[in-house]
Design a protein around this ligand. Structure first.
Ligand code: MG
Length: 389
């Protein structure tokens, strides 16, 4: 019946080694239908993950008009009762040239994910059930491993420390953590890692993230310093598309390397698999469906990984939010991250999602359960959806 878009500002003043998220926003998309469940019209909600800005121009000038101009009856799957996400993706990409994925991939992802939310709500089931059925996987786990991401920089005298931050995550039930590196000298980062390990305990409970900042020389120096700690992984070391650099690090660093959160297509992942030296059974892939055309394209990436001898247990999508939790559970991935308290209103999980024993479990709410997240309620309300007051 209608498609609505809202650019939602990210709250807070979080920064990593490269980017301040002040001024960032996220595209929230609503697909409104005249189907009724639980007494009101069914609305599919999706968003384009976190960190690449809202995409109102691409959505409102190109993709939403293409969808509006299409007879929705031609977008149904074989059952005739659900929308086919791949058909929707095909329509919203009409007229777009191959390659150069960029922001377009996030715009398409927001719409495609809203279709999955819609389909799950039509079936009155959590999205992970819909996703696992669509890809021939059922009866899988109902929870996935999770770690708390954050680990920011605290100036001396700020009254707060990295150890304080991780202890607060421990109080919430988390037992694994990820911290930023590359925003200070190597010596200062090593001191911060030691401070974090005093809380995390073992090296395998702590990952570090350079956010694509390092040149080869710096990356190798950090690799030598990190190696004795036996860390969980060393993330996004150099430019996300510098596969030669990644290959050199993988060859020299004895631990696990993680990357992929800034790759937006299956073709980019194919190049990563062919040229970046990633090792089956060891290294970690962090592609994020909301930034890369949605679950349809993400499933193509997983198929490529498996064809190259990698396991989907090596996939940990970037993002730390409800949509990727359902995707990780539904597709049987290695796990997901969480951003407790930051990147609101999208980051982290609502109170009903149990965190404990190193895992997180989605609730039984229909769809991705975004309506259960208190921080999102006012934004969903401002979409002016039918049947809601
Ligand atoms: Mg990262």
């Amino acid at each position: 019946m209608d498609i609505r878009h809202l650019a939602v500002p990210l709250e807070g003043e979080v920064a990593n080694a490269v980017v301040s998220f002040a001024g960032h926003d996220v595209s929230l998309v609503a697909i409104v239908t005249d189907m009724v469940r639980r007494g009101r019209p069914v609305v599919g909600l999706g968003f384009n993950s976190i960190g690449r800005f809202a995409q109102g121009g691409i959505l409102c000038d190109r993709m939403i008009p293409r969808l509006r101009a299409t007879d929705s009856g031609t977008l149904l799957d074989a059952s005739g009762e659900r929308m086919d996400p791949a058909k929707v993706l095909h329509v919203i990409m009409r007229g777009e040239k191959p390659g150069g994925h960029g922001d377009r991939a996030g715009a398409a992802g927001a719409i495609e994910l809203a279709i999955w939310d819609l389909n799950a709500k039509l079936a009155d089931e959590p999205a992970h059930v819909t996703i696992s059925r669509a890809f021939g996987r059922s009866g899988g786990a109902k929870s996935v491993p999770v770690y708390a991401a954050g680990g920011y920089y605290y100036p001396a005298g700020s009254g707060r420390t990295l150890a304080d931050e991780f202890r607060a995550y421990q109080d919430l039930g988390f037992d694994a953590f990820k911290m930023k590196i590359g925003g200070a000298s190597l010596a200062e980062d090593v001191r911060r890692i030691e401070e974090a390990l005093a809380v995390a305990g073992k090296g395998h409970r702590l990952a570090v993230d350079a956010n694509g900042r390092f040149d080869l020389e710096t990356a190798l120096a950090y690799g030598r310093a990190l190696e004795p700690f036996g860390l969980r992984w060393y993330e996004e070391i150099g430019d996300p598309l510098d596969f030669a650099l990644n290959r050199e690090i993988v060859a020299s660093y004895a631990g696990t390397v993680a990357t992929g959160e800034n790759l937006f297509s299956a073709s980019d992942v194919k190049n990563l698999l062919n040229f970046a030296g990633m090792k089956p059974g060891r290294d970690v892939f962090q592609m994020d469906p909301g930034l890369s055309y949605g679950i349809t394209e993400y499933a193509r990436m997983l198929a490529l990984m498996e064809a190259h001898g990698f396991s989907r247990a090596q996939a940990f999508p970037h993002g730390g939010h409800l949509i990727n939790l359902h995707i990780a559970v539904g597709l049987g991935l290695g796990g997901c991250e969480a951003y407790p308290g930051v990147f609101q209103p999208f980051g982290g999980y609502p109170p009903g999602c149990g965190v404990g024993g190193g895992e997180v479990r989605p609730t039984d709410a229909p769809g991705f359960g975004l309506e259960e997240k208190p921080e999102l309620a006012s934004y969903i309300a401002s979409l002016g959806l039918p049947g809601r007051t």
